[in-house]
Design a protein around this ligand. Sequence first.
Ligand code: ATP
Ligand code: MG
Length: 408
Amino acid sequence: MAEFQSVRGFHDIFGQELKKFRYVSDTVRSLLKLYNFEEIILPVVEYLEVFQRSIGEVTDIVQKEMFVFQDRKGRWLALRPEGTAGAVRAYIQNRLYALKPYVKLFYEGPMFRYERPQAGRYRQFHQIGAEVFGTLDPQVDAQMIEMVHTILTKLGISATIEINSIGCRVCRPSYKKALSHYLEDVVGHLCDVCLDRKDKNPLRVLDCKVETCKEAVKQAPKMVDYLCQECATHYETLRSYLDMLSIPYRENHHLVRGLDYYTKTVFEAVSDELGITIIAGGRYDYLVEEMGGPPTPAIGFAVGIERISMLVKDLPQEEPLYMVIPFGDTLDYAFEVIKKLRDMGKRVETSYKKANLKKQLELANKLKADYVVLIGEDEKRQNTITIKNMHTGMQESISFRELAHERL
Ligand code: ATP
Ligand code: MG
């Protein structure tokens, strides 16, 4: 029988790739804790309406990228394409707003989008996302962007942070009108999808990746020129805070993001090496209310773990590996040594094969052991172990009782 293949766009993560994945995840998680975010584990499946209502009907994600299915009772469900919608649903359902004046949550897990798989683009990928509910203060926007900067610095990744403001209920309608007007003049250069977006959701045209569309919108009006007083002040204050924090950023006046719920601040970190977006986020001040909760301004971002992992060059050094090799009738003593080493926090492997010293050392090399611990009849009798450093070839004998005090 032909062997099975994983489903297209769904990949196994292991080996070096997984080490990078975990390194990214651990680094981001430990930072989130320093910024006082609390974890929430959200379901992978939600009712379809949760995503339709939040992300927006006229977005790529909802129109063509979701895995949607019916359960046995005929209810429409979807695999989550992103985390914010579920986080907002959970915030409202669990009345988290009643507990604290503002709530800082983070989540981590798989997201699902029916996209064309390519390098750094999968149908199941992973994100860590952070959300702050309950404050409109631009300090929070600045802090979120500062976190993005810190994440990139910690991981040694060079990227440019782009920011923009896309306004609010008050000022966006007049901008939309101006943009639609502009787009009418360049219809001949727009792709079919954008011709459709032009009337339904003109901002999305600014995000199109087709070259002719990118070219066509170069001279398009900018949202920043249409901001109402409140949004203009918010944006200006945010920039002054970023300067105070010495966070480098670039204003991209056509940055809009692929989801409809954003208001005011939007931002992305774009890899300098690959030119792809690796972290993205923004403010969504109406979403909680639109999904049935109390009016609650909020802001969040999501880190694409696979995309960042691709850019990680150096991993921190791994714990050295000790390979215990018993010879003769010494298994009982070997078990004691293995347990003791693990109690000391050492990473221990053991030889399950009976073979001569030469073969055992070959095996240790294949398993990439840093040290071998040789245990023979003599060692058992004298309560010692013989440790050989596989890199230097140096060998020494250590008393078992002294083991815990040795600097191995
Ligand atoms: P893109 O413009 O690349 O499609 P997006 O705007 O759809 O990205 P978001 O919804 O903002 O992305 O998701 C945040 C981050 O999640 C992205 O910046 C990226 O790092 C990652 N991401 C999004 N889609 C995928 C995918 N299909 N595979 C891997 N990572 C992804
Ligand atoms: Mg996308």
